[in-house]
Write a protein that binds this ligand. Structure first.
Ligand SMILES: [Zn+2]
Length: 79
């Protein structure tokens, strides 16, 4: 589970970006923290870079395919 200390720096949102599942090595749509839906491992990826590949981490096959979900993204254009 992603952690934070000061909630002034995070905002809850219902944006669709958090609803999509991405396959290993897909292009990261945002810079941020992604979580494997099967084993809950979290990684940081930069926008435009490939998400971690299939062999990135120990992932029990019983947990299903590795699928990455965006859980927090960095705001590059604060208003
Ligand atoms: Zn995993």
């Amino acid at each position: 589970m992603a952690l934070y200390k000061d909630d002034r720096y995070l905002v809850k949102t219902d944006e669709d970006a958090f609803d999509f599942l991405h396959r290993p090595a897909d292009t990261a749509p945002f810079s941020g923290i992604y979580r494997c839906e099967g084993c809950r491992r979290e990684v940081a990826s930069n926008e435009g870079d490939p998400l971690p590949p299939q062999n990135h981490h120990q992932h029990d096959e019983a947990l299903g395919d590795i699928l990455w979900r965006l859980v927090v993204y960095a705001d590059h254009d604060p208003k």
